[in-house]
Write a protein that binds this ligand. Structure first.
Ligand SMILES: [Zn+2]
Length: 156
């Protein structure tokens, strides 16, 4: 993972852009040490036509329980962060999805991940799921009917 904004693309040309500030935060929570717990939060940003820009995230905090292999996102500060971003941005920034970390180089969703994601409603627009690994990020959107895998775009 580099330090600048990262762009992901699916097979239809839909883009998800992760802004620099968010990339920096993800790097801070990468599970690089054996003792680093799993972290999680929500993704916040803008839908621009069929593309998505992630500008903010919520981070682990009070009320969350984190261990190395699982995370239970209970803290009220996650919703608060979404509400604040919505107001501050003049209603352009919304909840876009969920992120969490895995202690693997190239992260792959667990059956537990798919299970919890299946409960998230995507009828009002695609939802983004990100897993932050030790080397790479895994990114998918969920549409009304299916999951849609994205790949990182390499810029020359
Ligand atoms: Zn997971």
């Amino acid at each position: 993972m580099n330090n600048n904004e990262i762009t992901f693309k699916d097979e239809y040309g839909n883009l998800v852009v992760i802004m620099t500030d968010v990339v920096q935060l993800f790097k801070k929570y990468q599970q690089l040490l054996p003792t680093t717990p799993e972290s999680a939060g929500v993704l916040i940003g803008e839908r621009r036509g069929r593309h998505i820009v992630i500008t903010d995230i919520s981070i682990p905090g009070k009320g969350d329980s984190c261990s190395r292999y699982q995370v239970d996102r209970k803290g009220e500060h996650h919703q608060k962060k979404v509400d604040e971003a919505f107001i501050k941005s003049n209603k352009t920034k919304h909840y876009l999805g969920e992120w969490h970390t895995h202690p693997e180089k190239y992260p792959i969703p667990s059956s537990l991940d798919y299970n919890s994601w299946s409960k998230i409603d995507a009828s009002n627009g695609n939802i983004v799921f990100i897993i932050v690994g030790q080397e790479n990020m895994w990114l998918s959107t969920k549409t009304k009917s299916s999951f849609n895998l994205f790949n990182e775009v390499t810029l020359e």
